[in-house]
Design a protein around this ligand. Structure first.
Ligand SMILES: Cc1cc2nc3c(=O)[nH]c(=O)nc-3n(C[C@H](O)[C@H](O)[C@H](O)COP(=O)(O)OP(=O)(O)OC[C@H]3O[C@@H](n4cnc5c(N)ncnc54)[C@H](O)[C@@H]3O)c2cc1C
Length: 457
């Protein structure tokens, strides 16, 4: 260990840009065992590991780095799967630069350990060698889970490990939440998500697709028929720009979901997915905006422009994803705020009117945005996509059953992830507001532990 002096940080190879923009396959290759061992061997093995502390799941990162360096893959696989419900997904989608790798001691001067890529390697190499996640065989007690996103599936994983049967109810036609419809294939191959779901089904998870609790299935029925309920319904109500002709634009999730359906070969709404040979302007600067410009490029857009109201340094998403979007040909326009979508006489989108802005951060860290007077200008566009973030949807079935939400519509929970209705738990984006796969997975795990304690003592 500690070989960071001799070995530099080397990220896994990326597919060549001119190749990868022609398809939706993942862009990163997976390390081979020697590459993974060399990179893991750079770890300092800090006494109080910053990476472990910065990881929302508190993964035993230095432990699995040591075992990878020693080429004991079986043990690395075991500990990596212990604290994480699906490490092969987290390795691919976590914004490591803001979490574990951002906190790595070697970040200053040497380059952080490539923790995410090694995490993916451990699982994928393990699966190749026939290793599988382990679950209890005998199940007793049953818990209803509403929503099959990372919060719901993580909860199901840890219930299965505790010997409790989870029954997941999902309104969509496929399970996985935003890991299935949302995060594009080039970041997370849908076969990777489906493989985990299949293992959970094999282990005894029940799954009912195409049912919306509160509409086609009464929440009261779940309370009657199950020992506990976990709510993991996410927060996918798009935030609005409040500008003139906004309805002529497309919401990011409509665009990404319809393109994904097209890739699956399922029926989809062509109006919301057709960007071929068009100029696409994406309004927003987070990870969802990057996913939209990169998806547009792969779908044959003439130009994909990301228009963000602040400067480059203030972009809220992962640096890695901005860099990938730049490499793939996305254009960026900073310090601009849209004021209206421009339409021709037939109502077709022809452009966007913007005003210029100045973004500043005060000494005490407060961000300010000023609009420059008389700075209006227009940008040509055939398609406008809004990627302005997401909000919670206040649902009637929650208030009807005494489940309180805060003023932003997020479900209130106590330190055991129990809502204001005893026996009903919640976690993920419906409790935090739009966040991350890893934090949703943490909530699901902790709620499952609390439920297991309640049911089994
Ligand atoms: C485009 C996009 C890209 C992203 N990229 C990343 C990334 O790279 N890395 C990262 O860490 N995070 C990313 N995120 C955020 C991340 O996907 C979410 O924070 C995470 O999926 C939240 O998990 P969840 O389980 O709480 O909710 P969701 O994943 O939203 O799942 C909720 C599920 O509940 C279902 N549901 C809702 N209401 C009902 C009901 N009444 N009855 C039955 N089912 C219901 C929904 O259909 C959905 O399947 C991204 C988000 C988006 C939108």
């Amino acid at each position: 260990m500690q070989n960071f002096i001799f070995n530099e940080r080397i990220e896994p190879k990326k597919r060549a840009v001119n190749e990868r923009i022609k398809d939706f396959r993942e862009i990163y290759e997976i390390y081979n065992p020697n590459e993974a061992a060399t990179q893991a061997d750079r770890c300092v093995q800090c006494g109080d590991p910053y990476c472990h502390n910065a990881c929302p799941l508190h993964n035993f990162i230095p432990h699995w780095l040591k075992t990878v360096a020693e080429k004991d893959l079986e043990f690395a696989f075991k500990i990596s799967n212990e604290s994480s419900p699906f490490p092969e997904i987290m390795g691919r989608v976590c914004p490591q630069d803001r979490l574990c790798e951002g906190a790595c001691t070697l970040n200053e001067g040497y380059g952080a350990i490539t923790i995410g890529a090694i995490e993916t390697f451990i699982s994928e190499e393990g699966f190749k060698r026939g290793l599988r996640p382990e679950f209890e065989e005998k199940l007793s007690g049953k818990v209803a889970i509403i929503g099959s996103g990372p919060a719901g599936l993580s909860c199901a994983t840890y219930l299965l490990r505790a010997g409790i049967e989870p029954h997941v109810f999902e309104r969509a036609d496929r399970a996985g939440g935003l890991m299935m419809y949302g995060i594009p294939n080039f970041k997370l191959d849908k076969k990777v998500v489906q493989r985990r779901i299949d293992w959970l089904l094999e282990a005894g998870m029940k799954l009912t697709l195409g049912v919306e609790v509160g509409k086609s299935l009464d929440f009261g029925e779940l309370l009657e028929n199950y020992d506990a309920v976990f709510i993991g319904i996410g927060a996918t109500k798009p935030r609005r720009a409040g500008i003139e002709n906004e309805e002529a634009g497309i919401m990011a999730m409509d665009f990404l979901t319809n393109v994904q359906k097209k890739i699956f070969g399922d029926p989809y709404d062509k109006e919301k997915a057709d960007v071929k040979e068009k100029t696409v302007v994406v309004i927003g600067g987070g990870d969802t905006a990057m996913d939209c410009v990169r998806t547009s490029i792969r779908e044959g857009a003439k130009k994909a422009i990301c228009a963000y109201r602040r400067d480059a340094a203030s972009m809220p998403g992962s640096r890695k994803e901005v860099k990938n979007a730049e490499e793939e040909g996305a254009e960026f326009v900073y310090n601009v705020a849209p004021t209206k979508i421009l339409l021709d006489d037939e109502g077709k989108v022809i452009g966007v009117e913007f005003v210029k802005t100045i973004s500043t951060t005060t000494k005490d860290g407060q961000r300010k945005l000023e609009i420059i007077k008389n700075s209006e200008f227009t940008m040509d566009a055939d398609v406008v996509i809004f990627a302005l973030g997401f909000e919670n949807t206040p649902l009637e079935f929650l208030s009807k059953h005494g489940i309180e939400t805060n003023r932003w519509g997020a479900i209130k929970v106590n330190e055991h992830y129990e809502t204001t209705k005893p026996g009903v738990y919640a976690g993920g984006d419906c409790y935090r507001g739009a966040h991350l796969v890893v934090t949703a997975a943490y909530d699901g795990r902790e709620a499952a532990k609390a439920i297991a304690k309640r049911l089994k003592g």
